[in-house]
Ligand binder design. Structure first.
Ligand SMILES: NC(=O)c1ccc[n+]([C@@H]2O[C@H](COP(=O)([O-])OP(=O)(O)OC[C@H]3O[C@@H](n4cnc5c(N)ncnc54)[C@H](O)[C@@H]3O)[C@@H](O)[C@H]2O)c1
Ligand SMILES: O=CCCC(=O)O
Length: 520
């Protein structure tokens, strides 16, 4: 058992490993034998109606370790026929599942929380193997991901409605909440556990059945998690899991099927936009957690050491492969030089290595395509006049590693300021007035999160009012929390996950008008 600081229970995690959020005080060696044993415990089939089975086509696809390129496991590759079978199971289970008392649904989630927590080391290692993040960070994700199970186990019994007398006194208004019905959940590869639990837990709490299409690059964590949900007592057909290498072909027919009632998607804005168009055909309820381009504002009165600590977390968490990653450092011109120096001094110590290695602070990027895109953005910025204060290129050798990089003097209009970097690269630009900072920060089609560092509380509140984002970190570089509503505005998406709002995404409101109980 690895001792972690109590602060880890908040579910946030900080790659700087300085005890700010997570401190891992012992690092057991990860042996090849332990990896093999863990992989052998991961189900490799599709989960349909409570049974693990092969794909109808008999096909499988390989899951690779991004640090070595080696195949970890081959798993069943769902096709349209399997998708249809999964929706059949979800649709058949919906009515009985909705009748299960909320307390029972909550207790299944609570048992799942306990099981994930007991198996935290397995989940952490599995994520490190298939996704690349350092083990310390993967442990943080287990805490964060499990917390959605505990949070929604408590919310399951609180889907309250209301009863009232109409204003004219002549009727009664009964308002209730009901599960929306069978849902299709599509998750990304960057947080393999938390992005799944953030959808599955509120759906279970609300009484919805599901088909989960996990990310083809990181399906293994969802496979193990689905087995844990079965062990926790989730009835057959409530959660069906269809990993696939053909996402569009397998899920497209489900989105068109009139039995499906909701699509919850986390991924890129590009794919989300297309799925929204598809979902409009049957006017599906949708939740869209899409891309980001977070501004990180450092004002002249900020505590620069705190800003650098926040910057390390906001940039290097998950190797920069987070929708919440600070994408543009917008720093007051009077402190930009000092900020860049201090930031570079901290980033310099961030060793790139396979996530299972004790010294690893920055793991590999997910694949060659992602690493090449990061380098393309850096090269474009440098060609436009930016200077690499640190790093600036891929790491030689096996795996898709990229050097932690800081760019200063990035010109406005450069691609790196408008596209999601999804890598450990921090471009810095400067401003001279609050109005200019706000203009630069809002100059993007995204609106997920912003970070503001200032000692002036009034300025902090003004930024909350002026910045066009769904979330704001005030003197904080990581604000993700199962108890908070996570989500964006503009092209960062629709809806909220977590918090009191999270379960509402899986409920609809029904109003029953009742005739005057005193009449005739
Ligand atoms: N806002 C959030 O909460 C949040 C959280 C995590 C990641 N993201 C975003 O996700 C992106 C990175 O993840 P990604 O590369 O996995 O995104 P992606 O859009 O490529 O893929 C996301 C999921 O959609 C599937 N998919 C792709 N094409 C599809 C299609 N035509 N039909 C159905 N499913 C399809 C993928 O297989 C995967 O499971 C980034 O843009 C990041 O910002 C957002
Ligand atoms: O990648 C985006 C999700 C990250 C988070 O939930 O903090």
């Amino acid at each position: 058992m690895i001792p972690v600081t109590p602060a880890a229970a908040t579910g946030c995690h900080n790659p700087t490993d300085e005890g700010v959020i997570v401190t891992v005080t012992a690092q057991p060696a990860v042996t090849a034998e332990r990896e093999t044993r863990l992989l052998a415990s991961v189900p490799t089939g599709l989960l349909i109606n409570g049974e693990w089975r092969d794909a109808a086509s008999g096909k499988t696809f390989d899951v690779e370790d991004p640090a070595t390129g080696k195949v970890l496991l081959s798993i069943a590759d769902a096709g349209p026929e399997d998708g249809a079978a999964a929706l059949d199971a979800a649709a058949a289970a919906q009515e009985s599942w909705a009748k299960v008392p909320p307390r029972e649904r909550g207790e299944i989630l609570r048992r799942a929380f306990d099981l994930v927590t007991e198996r935290a080391e397995d989940f952490a290692l599995l994520m490190t193997l298939e996704m690349g993040k350092p083990l310390a960070e993967a442990r943080g994700e287990v805490t964060y991901g499990a917390e959605f199970l505990r949070w929604f186990s408590e919310e399951a019994v609180r889907a309250f409605g209301r009863y009232s007398v109409s204003p004219d006194g002549k009727s009664r208004l009964l308002v209730t909440k009901k599960p929306v019905g069978p849902c299709l959940l599509i998750t990304p590869w960057n947080f393999p556990l938390a992005m799944a639990t953030r959808k599955i837990a509120p759906a279970v709490a609300a009484g919805c059945t599901m088909v989960l299409k996990s990310a083809n690059l990181t399906p293994l964590t969802s496979q193990l998690f689905a087995a844990v949900m079965q062990e926790a007592g989730l009835p057959a057909g409530v959660l069906n899991v269809i990993p696939t290498s053909t996402a569009g072909a397998t899920t497209g027919p489900l989105i068109k099927d009139s039995r499906l009632r909701k699509l919850s998607f986390t991924g890129s804005t590009e794919v989300g936009r297309r799925l929204l168009a598809d979902a409009s055909e049957n006017v599906l309820r949708t939740s869209m957690e899409l891309g980001g381009n977070a501004p990180f504002l450092v004002f002249e009165d900020a505590d620069l050491d705190a800003a650098v600590t926040g910057a390390m977390a906001a940039k290097l968490r998950n190797m920069g492969e987070a929708c919440t990653a600070a994408n543009r450092f917008i720093v007051h011109e009077s402190v930009a030089g000092e900020f860049a120096e201090k930031f570079a001094a901290k980033m310099k110590g961030m060793t790139t290595a396979r996530g299972t290695e004790p010294e690893s602070k920055v793991g590999p990027l997910i694949d060659a395509k992602s690493r090449d895109k990061v380098h393309e953005l850096v090269s474009d910025a440098v060609a436009g006049g930016a200077k690499a204060v640190l790093g600036g290129g891929p790491v030689e050798g096996p795996g898709y590693f990229y050097q932690p990089t800081i760019l200063s003097g990035v010109a406005e209009g450069t691609r790196i300021l408008s596209e999601e970097i999804f890598g450990p690269v921090a471009p810095i630009i400067t401003f001279s007035s609050e109005d200019e900072a706000v203009r630069l920060a809002n100059n993007t089609e995204y609106g997920l999160v912003a970070y503001v560092f200032t000692k002036d509380i009034n300025r902090g509140i003004r930024m909350g009012e002026r910045l066009e984002t769904g979330m704001l970190g005030l003197n904080a570089g990581v604000i993700s929390n199962a108890a908070a509503p996570f989500g964006g505005v503009k092209q960062s998406g629709l809806g909220r996950e977590g918090g009191l709002e999270g379960i509402e995404e899986y409920l609809y409101t029904q109003y029953i008008g009742i005739a005057d109980p005193y009449a005739g």
